[in-house]
Ligand binder design. Structure first.
Ligand code: M6R
Length: 606
């Protein structure tokens, strides 16, 4: 999705902004632009394509100024082009925007009637025109922006710069925007990694906030013009965490970071000696009074929810309903005040997940979010939040978020089970021992990377893959297929193995690799039966199992063995070879692994 950065300080802003923009590239975009205010006028440069294209142009342009805005655009209204790239300008006001202005056509008609001339196809362009329309009536920038924002419907994070007042304004509604607090300088950005090399002190703006930067001072008001106070928070992420650190891609780095990320998730929570799990600052409702648990999310986080459902229902016998956030609120869900609603999101900024949580809250449910990003909307808005502590995830394909989310769900199950009296200290202790061993076991799967890379070279030219799994292994199959398709553009679909003969089996021939996730668990025999059916149709099996002597191994085209663990934790180990397989196939095919086409890291519009 679009990325915004801004600077107000004493240094030359151009390089700072372009560097910050490059750090936002992972979000996905198709064009980029910058506006700088020097001693005289605001100058704008925009280019279709990569930030690098913009950087090249700026080299010769000698754009100077210590106040500025920059933007990466992910097209919603109007094709990717220089004309539609941000910043957009009207009079001496320029605007960068992330989000969607739902009533832009109506506003545009009205503004055209008042003599405003539009040059782009974007919804964004109405914003600078609305602001200048108010300014024409003698209002200053702050009042003009306030009034303009009140006329907008939809979602926005905006950076606004006005030449004649040398003022920068940042405002948001349902799209993320943060302020970085430096020494005598301020930054604005869509997310933390963009400016983490500049500061680790942030203000997380709330909906309807407007941060106003003028002459090294900042104040925050709301759209009604009232002063608001927002805390400056320090985050423990470092600049190095948001860099590739010698890996060829962020995705590969993040796959390899999983042992550490899972250890960090457990830190301070898994208290093995006492047989306790504690989430500091989390005050869950009395589990005995919970009617039902909802687990709602998108994409990879949704797959983690499906595993969470399995964990909770099996151990706690509390009914769990999972849903895709984009579906949840449109089906008039039957939510009661006795329900616990768990929203799961790496970014904490996924628009559908936020909307779903708001819907559940409005129906009286208690809310808990499982998030990775401090200060994100879901983290702020849920009554309770459990952070995954995975560190920044930059690759568009989610990897360590998935395994740390499952780790949190495992701990949560133990915590609730203990309170319900289902688990005694000894049960908790034994289960904690299992999860404590997981980082080491993940490391041993990672040691197999060279052989998985070799397998990738053998399978990279197939155009379609099927992934099968049963029970808790079905979400792993879904996640493996998602990884492969999103970064390699190879068609991949996943099915519950038992469903295969109800349709997907028609696809199987010798041109269709079938990835089967089949640990030695309660589904083993049934999964073997499904594999027999695949082989009978000349399907080529890639088997993922913790059983080296798996009865299907001799006939599988490929076998990747993972260590054994508890049934509930097996997905953490089974997904790692699938992440690696997807990564190596995409890399061997020469794909842009970290920024696959059409995708955005954080989907901040519905
Ligand atoms: O930040 P979130 O966890 O809410 O993001 C949800 C999905 O957009 C995300 O998992 C997406 O499916 C990834 N590209 C998957 O790799």
């Amino acid at each position: 999705m679009c990325g915004i950065v801004g600077y107000e300080g004493t240094r030359e802003a151009c390089d700072i902004l372009i560097d910050a923009l490059s750090r936002l590239e992972y979000r996905g975009y198709d064009s980029a632009g910058i506006a700088l205010l020097g001693q005289g006028e605001i100058r704008i440069e925009r280019r279709k394509g990569k930030v690098e294209e913009l950087r090249k142009v700026l080299k010769g342009a000698a754009l100077k100024g210590s106040i500025g805005l920059a933007h990466t655009r992910w097209a919603t209204h109007g094709v990717p082009s220089e004309r539609n790239a941000h910043p957009h300008r009207a009079g001496d006001v320029v605007v960068v925007h992330n989000g969607i202005i739902e009533n832009y056509l109506e506003l545009k008609e009205h503004l055209k009637g008042a003599g405003h001339v539009f040059i782009s196809d974007t919804d964004t362009e109405v914003i600078p025109h609305l602001i200048t329309d108010h300014a024409r009536k003698g209002r200053d920038l702050v009042d003009s922006v306030r009034l303009a924002l009140k006329e907008l419907k939809g979602s926005w994070a905006v950076g606004i710069l006005k030449e004649s007042e040398r003022t920068l304004v940042a405002a948001k509604n349902q799209s993320p925007l943060i302020v970085g607090v430096g020494d005598g300088e301020y930054f604005i950005a869509s997310d933390i990694p963009a400016i983490i090399n500049m500061t680790n002190r942030f203000i997380f703006l709330e909906d309807n906030d407007m941060a106003i930067f003028k002459g090294r001072d900042m104040r925050i008001i709301n759209v009604d013009g009232e002063d608001v106070v927002r805390e400056v928070r320090q985050v423990c992420w470092t600049a190095g965490m948001a860099e590739k650190g010698g890996y060829s891609h962020f995705m590969l780095k993040e796959i390899f970071e999983q042992p550490q990320a899972i250890s960090d998730t457990l830190l301070g929570r898994a208290r093995e000696e006492e047989g306790e799990v504690e989430f500091e600052g989390v005050d869950l409702p009395d589990p005995a009074g919970i009617r039902k648990i909802w687990m709602v999310a998108c994409g990879t986080s949704h797959h983690a929810c499906m595993i969470g459902k399995n964990l909770i229902e099996t151990s706690l016998r509390i009914p769990v309903e999972t849903d895709m956030a984009s579906e949840f609120r449109y089906r008039d869900p039957i939510v009661s005040p006795r329900d616990l609603f768990i929203a799961v999101s790496q970014s904490g900024e996924t628009a559908d997940t936020i909307a779903a949580m708001r819907e559940a809250r409005s129906r009286g449910a208690s809310t808990l979010s499982i998030c990775n990003v401090l200060g994100s909307t879901l983290a702020r808005e849920a009554e309770n939040v459990v952070f995954t502590h995975a560190g920044p995830e930059i690759g568009v394909a989610s990897t360590k978020a998935f395994t740390t989310q499952i780790s949190v769900m495992f701990l949560l199950t133990l915590c609730i089970g203990k309170r319900l009296g289902i688990f005694g200290p000894q049960d908790v202790r034994e289960r904690l021992r299992e999860i404590r061993a997981i980082p080491r076991k993940v490391r041993s799967v990672l040691d197999e990377a060279p052989s998985i890379q070799a397998a990738a070279a053998r399978y990279m030219f197939f155009r379609s893959f099927l992934f099968l799994g049963r029970g808790i292994n079905f979400p792993t199959a879904l996640e493996g297929a998602l990884k492969l398709k999103e970064i390699s553009y190879i068609h991949a679909e996943a099915h519950a193995a038992g469903e295969m003969k109800h349709g997907p089996i028609a696809l199987i021939d010798d041109d269709m690799p079938v990835v089967c996730i089949s640990p030695a668990d309660r589904t083993y025999k049934k999964a073997c039966g499904n594999m027999e059916e695949v082989m009978a149709r000349k399907g080529n099996i890639i088997l993922i199992s913790d059983d080296e002597t798996h009865e299907m191994a001799p006939r599988a085209g490929e076998m990747i063995t993972v260590p054994r663990t508890a049934y509930e934790l097996q997905p953490i180990l089974s997904i790692v070879p699938l992440q690696l397989l997807a990564y190596y196939i995409a890399d061997l095919l020469g794909m842009d692994v970290d920024q696959p086409r059409n995708l955005a890291k954080s989907v901040t519009v519905e």
